[in-house]
Structure formats: C-alpha cells, structure tokens
Design a protein around this ligand. Structure first.
Ligand code: HPA
Length: 253
C-alpha cells in the first residue's frame, strides 16, 4: 500500500474519498494523527497522514517521526510520498517550483532518529548513499510528466532543526555545503523510512527564496509563502492524483 505524508498546506488530498480512519499506537508513542484511508476515483486504497497534525499543531521538532513511520509500516504501507515546503537556495529554485530531491544533508539536532536503540538489538547501519527510493522518485517524475506539471529532477535538501527560519549566513553556508533547498521535516523521516525498508521519496514545493537570497534579502515574507501554497499546491495535488489513481486529480475531482 502507498501512503502520502502531507506537510504545510497539504492537510487533505483533492478527490480523496475517505473510507475509514484508524488511530494507531506504536512503541514510540502517538503518530501526528489518525491515519486516513481513502481512494481517488477507482484507484487502490491509500493512506494519508498530516505530518503537523490535522490542525497544524505540531512544529517540525515536535513531530514524532518514529511513531509516524512505524504506524504506516505497521498497517502495511511499503511506499511513501512525503510532501513538504522548502526555501530555495539555488537561484533556479524560485517560489512555485516543485522539486523531487535526490540528496539530503541533515543539520537537525536532538530528534530521536533511529529504531535501532541498542540494548539487545543487533547494531544496524542502514545505507543512505542514495537517501530516496529510486522507484518512488521515478514514479513521481513520471506522474508529473503525465500531468504536464514541470518538476525539477534532483537537488540537495538541507534539513534544519527549526522551528525558526535560518539566518542569511546559515543559508550561505548551506549553499557552500551544496544544499539547493532548505526545509525542516525531511530528516529523520527519510532515514527512518530506510530503516523500515520503505520506498520513500519527497515532493517539495518551493515557497520562498531562502533567507538572504533574492526576494528574501532582508526578510522572508510569511504572506508570500502562504500565497505560493495557495497558488501552487494544486499542481502537487495533480501529481499525487495521477500517482495514486492514474488521473491528475483536478480531472478526477
Ligand atoms: N527554511 C526552512 N524551511 C522552510 C523554508 C525556509 O526558508 N521555506 C519553507 N520551509
């Protein structure tokens, strides 16, 4: 089964007809909310989970990533699309651009980040050379193409701790490190997915120039970010609709 983890601005899926909801408890605590099952059109049943909670109550550093991934795995999910908003560091990643990143740099601190806690468990070092699942990435790219939505194939996602935004100097440093975009939720989600052997990829909407760049040279406009979400999330819905039902969601709705 396939799951979609929705980020800021994506609390439901266009065209998704809900079949049931399920509260799942895990050894790691509670996920961000109940799992929502549903279908778009005559597609197979999928699971949706709002990463920040259904009323957007959880800040990035408060999200129980382990519970979210564990719960999805427990109910039989094997592939996940993670939707997230990001700031653009590379100038070509301007607001409104959609990216399927292919690499990650993790700057987070202080987040529980593994299911392998030691004790009587064998030591496990999962391979993260390619942090995203190749098949899931290709399916996302193919769905975007089928819907005529332009997406950028590849880019380095730098994940910060948040919840504050970055300083201009931090973004300059991230740029020197090789980051193309910055967000707050990509890790440890991706590595936890890998620990559970899930096919996991991300679909990122650029909502703003990162701190100190382009239009954000002096500050990042929150209204600007909201406006981009309002204008461009429909393209994300189209890609997801195609992915889960074989029809771009605006056609299916
Ligand atoms: N920084 C971190 N996370 C973000 C940003 C940003 O500029 N925009 C959207 N999510």
């Amino acid at each position: 089964m396939q799951a979609i983890i929705g980020g800021t601005g994506l609390y439901h899926l266009t065209g998704l007809v809900m079949t049931r909801r399920q509260a799942v408890r895990t050894p790691y605590g509670e996920p961000s909310g109940a799992l929502t099952y549903g279908r778009i059109g005559d597609g197979p049943e999928i699971v949706f989970l709002a990463r920040h909670g259904y009323g957007h109550t959880l800040a990035p550093h408060r999200i129980n990533y382990r519970a979210n991934l564990w719960a999805l795995h427990e109910v039989g999910v094997r592939r996940i699309v993670s939707v997230a908003t990001v700031g653009g560091i590379t100038p070509t990643l301007s607001a409104g651009t959609i990216v399927v990143p292919d690499q990650i740099i993790d700057y987070t601190t202080d987040r529980p980040r593994t299911f392998f806690e030691g004790g009587d468990q064998p030591v496990a070092h999962v391979d993260m050379t390619q942090p995203y699942g190749a098949a899931m990435r290709q399916d996302l790219l193919a769905s975007a193409q089928a819907c005529n939505v332009a997406v950028v194939d590849g880019g380095v996602y730098g994940c910060t701790q948040g919840p504050r935004l970055e300083t201009a100097a931090e973004i300059r440093r991230m740029g020197r490190d090789g980051c193309d975009m910055v967000g707050m939720t990509g890790m440890p989600e991706a590595s936890l997915a890998r620990e559970l052997e899930l096919d996991y990829a991300a679909l990122c909407l650029v909502t703003n120039d990162a701190a100190g760049k382009g239009a954000s040279v002096d500050e990042i406009s929150m209204e600007g970010m909201r406006a981009v979400v309002d204008n461009s999330m429909k393209d994300v819905h189209r890609i997801l609709g195609e992915l889960v039902s074989g029809r771009c969601s605006s056609d299916a709705a």
